[in-house]
Design a protein around this ligand. Sequence first.
Ligand code: PEP
Ligand code: MG
Length: 898
Amino acid sequence: VKRVYAFGKDAQGNNVTEGNTHMKTQLGGKGANLAEMANIGLPVPPGFTITCQTCMEYANADNTWPEGALDTIQSYREDLEARMGKKIGDAADPLLVSVRSGAPMSMPGMMDTVLNLGLNDKSINGLIAQTENPRFAWDSYRRFIQMFSNVVMGLDGDLFENAITSMKNVRGAASDTDLSADDLKELVAEFKQIFSENVSAEEYPSLVVDGSVQFPQDPSAQLQLAIEAVFGSWNNPRAVLYRKQNKIADDLGTAVNVQSMVFGNKGNTSATGVAFTRNPANGEKEFYGDYLVNAQGEDVVAGIRNTSPIADLKHVEGLEEAGRELEEVFVTLENHFRDMCDIEFTIEQGKLWMLQTRVGKRTAAAALHIAIEMEKEGLISKEEAVMRVDPEQLDQLLHPQFDKNASYDVVAKGLNASPGAAVGEAVFSAADAVAVTEAGRKCVLVRWETNPDDLAGMIAAEGILTSHGGKTSHAAVIARGMGAPCVCGVEALKIDAEKKEAAVAGTDIVIREGDMVSIDGTTGSVVLGAVDLVLPELTGDLDTILEWADEFRTMGVRANADNPEDAELSRSFGAEGIGLCRTEHMFLGDRKQIIQSFILNDEPAIREKALADLLEAQTGDFYGMFKAMDGLPVIVRLLDPPLHEFLESPRDLEVEIARLEASGTPAAELADKRQLLSLVDAMAEANPMLGLRGCRLAILYPELPAMQTRAIATAAARLKKEGLDPEPEIMIPLVSVLPELETLRGEVEAVIAEVCEAEGVELDIPIGTMIELPRAAVTADEIATQADFFSFGTNDLTQTTFGFSRDDVEAKFIPRYLERRILPCNPFETVDAGVAALVDMGCTKGRATNPDIQLGVCGEHGGDPDSVKTFHKIGLTYVSCSPYRVPLARLAAGQAAL
Ligand code: PEP
Ligand code: MG
């Protein structure tokens, strides 16, 4: 097996790159694209890449090296030294290298990097001699020891930061750059001391010299330890969490890139930066990003110093040429990758070097805009444009915004780093964000700047607010990726994380822990207090892409809605009908009382009155629904839930009776309550989800489906007389045997006929059933003889196929199952293969006896992009999902067809 691949030029200037952009599984994203950039003639500092497979072999063998791997690395190191004409660790003219991770999927900031590797007590002299810049050399050495200690040896970064701070205090230096070469030299000695005192001799016997641990002077030892650390970082907790969050497989491993160092911190003609070829926030065609003069790579991303916009670069003295060349590189990259690219670069004494490129992460709005513009530019086809937008990401566009009519005072402004607005309690640490969210409250995470350790808190929080860092800082990149609102770089915020408060400079405003704050990631505004949020109008770009997706998709998209507002909303999102109207949702509030009196009374007069009241209310409900969806099908499902859901809880009743008793209420006055309790108790079931619900309820209480059918037919008849075009369909839930459907169909048809007769109108109301029990799926051929349509209720079908209680398992054990990879994904989110097989069987059998049958799905899976793909393959007529998922389902269905 080939474990190492060279990239870049040899000493004669010939390209000796062995990899390319298609080798991401072996070389990782960074390694593959460094190779690609070298291949298309861009300036890439030479180096080599150790494969991801080597990382996995190393990890799987309990952190031991596969045979021969170290020898291969050694020979590639020698080759690199020959290509550069310098040796790592050389006392006269040392080669310095960076050692960086690079997984097949981008995992920004999740894994480890070591810079300036190869410096030691001898090579420092070579670096001083070569650069004639002792300050730079000593600064590089102290950075190396600091990074190596923190990243490779796992020492606490504060040990070193504190040493720098006290040095600055002693010297009266305001910033790091005020420290002299001698100061830095002294720091190097101190850092080595910290290293010796904090690294365990037992753990690292090879580092013991003369009885104590010493900072490794041998470049081979430095290199091997650094590579091992990068391999190890694949399994660090934050990387594991990130992979889980982003559904990235654990067995991919990371590559390691060993690359000649170039320096952005060699003075005012040196710089470093990160940039995008288009604006990743809104997709505008403009160069976007930040740079810092006289700085090393990590300084930009870490947000430690505030940066300048990339467009200014070509106007800066000494950087003009590199700035212009960079803009040419942007164009070359876009034409080559046919997509928006994100890059890292360094300018060393006026010379531009490319350190990384990849297809850039972007907000949903930017993804849409870029896809459409690139199609117009002829760079990509319409099909590609549709494929370029991640359906899950569309959620972002449907994110809440500040209500324009709300009045509020903006207390500070920052960068609009990730769109959408968030409201919540201010919290000042990731741990607090997690705690507040677990307590069921909403929060906004306020940080000086985030780092990868904050990930769990960033996921938990509604939004992220930072006082430092640019639009490419960690907070901004991660928030955009997650679709979380983020305002960053709010310089006016003076955060005291220890005291858990933030003062707003120039005012007497202090934001304290627990105070409600609102942030708007679309505008960069920060507000003290809770601002009302509203949902945005869909943008033109979204419409365009969805229309393109509609051209390709073959599956219909309907919505699950049970009130006219939701129906109208889903219609505006492009729903082609209602796939599921859950009528039990219409029985809340006062209606609950009415249905209770029906259920709990034997007296015919009371029951009839209750039914009459329900009929009137339901007729109004359906009238509103059919009107909102005029001309489009509306599938109304007859009552489904266990009957006792409409009743008081017996536990509450018992408590109430006990309390009344204790307060001396006479027994006679409690008789009614006691009787109610015994009635309610009698209805309780051990397994309500498998009990008296769905069609079973309709068979036990035929008055209920008759009342509902009458309401549906009457509402439709009225609308027809008004000249509208109602298209109701009636769905019978939870059927397991044909006679259930046969019986109810007969009763429903009889009522429809009565209404037609009474109202003097013709009504053609299809009658179908849900397939949500395995028995129904496997006998679908029989059931289809009595059904005009099937709608697969994949929520219950998942529950009953697995025997997983849908109300319990997602909190109880699914997370553990996912962690341990016992299940690949939550089956209530993404349809499981076994459940899908039942759907497939149901379709095939249903069509066999009823070729015209309409086949849809109305479980939550109808709004999940992966499930939509599965349903497309099975050949369903449509999917139905909640209103806000409709745009996403349209896009996913379009993509499934491509
Ligand atoms: C289903 O079971 O998938 C379904 C849509 O019905 P409900 O969620 O109302 O049980
Ligand atoms: Mg169901």
